[in-house]
Every structure is written in C-alpha cells, then in structure tokens.
Design a protein around this ligand. Structure first.
Ligand SMILES: [Zn+2]
Length: 333
C-alpha cells in the first residue's frame, strides 16, 4: 500500500514537469516566431569604420567585389586597387529595413582605382605605339626586324600598368609608322693600283701636264739610272737624304693607291695622279695616309726613314708613267 502511494506521487510529479517543459518550449517557439515575424537576420556593412548600409547576401556581395578587383569593368584591366574592403556585422533587424547591396557595391567601386594592362613599343626608351596585347607588340617588333628597319636594334616592348588607358594602334599602322629605311652603308671606294717595280726606265722628259713640288728638301745621294753595289738592278728613282721623321709631302695632288710595305722599298706610299702618272715615296719610317685618301700637293703622306733595302735615312722618290720609271730630275731637284 505504502509502495503504491509513492509510485503514484512520482508519476504525478513527472507528468507535471513534463507539462511545464512543454509549455516553456511552446512559449519559446512562440516568442521566436514573434521575433522572426518582425525581425530578420542581416549584415550591417561598414566601410573604413563608417556604416554604409545593410545587406542580406554577404557571400554574393563579396563575390562581386572579388571579381571586380580581378577583372574590373573595362577591357585591358590588370587589376583594381581598393582603398578599403567592407566589414560585415551580423545583426537582427526589423523586417522593413532597407537593404542596399547594389548601392554598397557601387560605393566600393567608386573608391577603386583601376590599373590597366597594355603594351608599349619602345624606340630606345621612348614609347612609340600602344597595343592591347603582348602578341601585338611582338608582331610589331618582329615585323620591323623582318623588314630590315634601320631602327630594329633599338626596338623593344614593355608591359605597362597604368591608371589611364592609351589610344591603341594596330600592328600594321605601327609597323608603317616606325619603319625606317636602312641607311646604305657608305663604303669608301678603295682603289688599289698595281705597284710597278719593273726596271723599265726612260730618261726622256715626257710632258706629263703636272707640275710637281719637292716632297722634301735634302741632299741627293743617288741619282736616277745609276748602278750600285747595294742594289741588284738599276736605280729607278732618286734618293734624297734627310733626317728620320722628316715629313714627306705629296709632289702633286692625287689618290693614295698604296700605303704599306713593299719589299726592298720598305714602307711605300704611292700617289696616283691620273693618266697613268704615279709618284712613289719609299723607305718611309711612318706612313700618314691610307689607300683611297685624296691628297693635295704638299699634304704630308709619310715620314723619312730607312725601311726596306736601305743603308740610311732617305726618301726614294719615283715618278712613273704607265709603269715606266721616269727620271725625277727631269721634273724636280
Ligand atoms: Zn733609291
């Protein structure tokens, strides 16, 4: 009897608790329902610490912002720099609150700086053309190289990041604008003449139509057409002794047709005066002209020396007409 009573009392209490818990649960649900009837969960957004509005779709807005930073809204955007990114704060707000996702996005966009990416074709360091793509820039530089443009060595291109977009040119326009006709290399016409060393001589005073001037002043040590122990053959010129380094002047105007070593004559300069007339300056210590140089009468062509088959400093002077050695003393000294 006693045991049954206890059991009854426990059961009754349990039921009461159960009812109470259910009631509390229902009450809570009702309160929550009432809250959500009036309020909704949203995000308040701050930009640089300042409240700018409410949004519902935080993920959506952030995705839009990320895409904007990456691609911007124009062509040729390298990236967009934003001064500040929004901060989101979760909150409950009355349902009639106005959300402004689009406005907030626009506000963020306004504070963004767009950096464009494009390519500049440079001549030396100066930009000459702007193109939207790397391929265009390469085509311009390659195109000008293929055409042999004179400025091809100075052409390059660079990638540019700038807040302003330039006026782009097409590949063809840039190539025709930048093309520079290659300068024809001025090759100095070098005329070398045969160096006559033949023993053909003539003592006859031929009218050459040229008046010669003395290349140096000095003592005549060996005359034309003489024979000597030091020479194998006949003397085809006139020897005038002078100190080493004495300047030798061209006997008449003409073109240098030889300037270098020539066997027994050592350092030899030959000046051709036209009509087959040449003057030879042998045994020089120094040569002052090059083949092809035009010289006037009196110009220094070499310096006295004793190079080649020579026993002392002197000038070996020859005058030749079509290879035949003439007696210089018919004209000089
Ligand atoms: Zn001589």
């Amino acid at each position: 009897m006693f045991k049954i009573n206890i059991l009854k009392r426990i059961t009754t209490r349990f039921r009461t608790y159960l009812k109470l818990i259910s009631l509390i649960g229902i009450a809570c649900a009702l309160i929550l329902a009432a809250i959500f009837l009036v309020y909704k969960p949203i995000y308040s957004v701050t930009l640089n610490g300042e409240f700018v509005g409410y949004i519902e779709d935080k993920t959506g807005l952030q995705k839009k912002i990320n895409e904007y930073i990456k691609y911007g809204t124009d062509n040729n955007v390298a990236f967009v720099e934003l001064e500040e990114l929004p901060e989101y704060h979760f909150c409950l707000h009355k349902k009639d609150v106005e959300t402004s996702d689009e406005e907030i996005f626009n506000m963020i966009k306004e504070k963004g700086t767009t950096y464009y990416r494009y390519y500049a074709v440079l001549l030396a360091t100066e930009p000459k053309a702007y193109v939207p793509t790397y391929e265009d820039a390469e085509q311009i530089v390659e195109g000008l190289k293929n055409k042999g443009s004179a400025n091809q060595e100075k052409l390059t291109y660079v990638e540019v990041h700038d807040t302003e977009l330039k006026d782009f040119t097409t590949v063809d326009t840039a190539i025709s604008d930048l093309y520079e006709k290659p300068v024809e290399k001025v090759v100095k016409k070098v005329t070398t003449a045969k160096v006559y060393t033949s023993q053909k001589i003539s003592n006859e005073k031929k009218e050459l139509g040229i008046s010669f001037a003395k290349p140096i002043s000095g003592t005549i040590t060996s005359r034309f057409a003489t024979k000597s122990r030091v020479r194998s053959g006949i003397h085809t010129g006139l020897d005038i002794a002078a100190p080493k380094g004495t300047p030798i002047k061209a006997a008449a105007g003409g073109t240098v047709t030889h300037a270098g070593w020539k066997g027994s004559l050592g350092n030899l300069v030959i000046v051709s005066h036209g009509n087959g007339i040449q003057t030879y300056y042998g045994h020089c210590s120094e040569i002052c002209v090059s083949v092809g140089d035009k010289v006037s009468q009196g110009d220094i062509v070499a310096k006295v020396g004793s190079t080649g088959n020579s026993t002392g400093n002197h000038l070996h002077l020859e005058i030749r007409l079509n290879g035949v050695a003439l007696n210089p003393q018919n004209y000089l000294y």
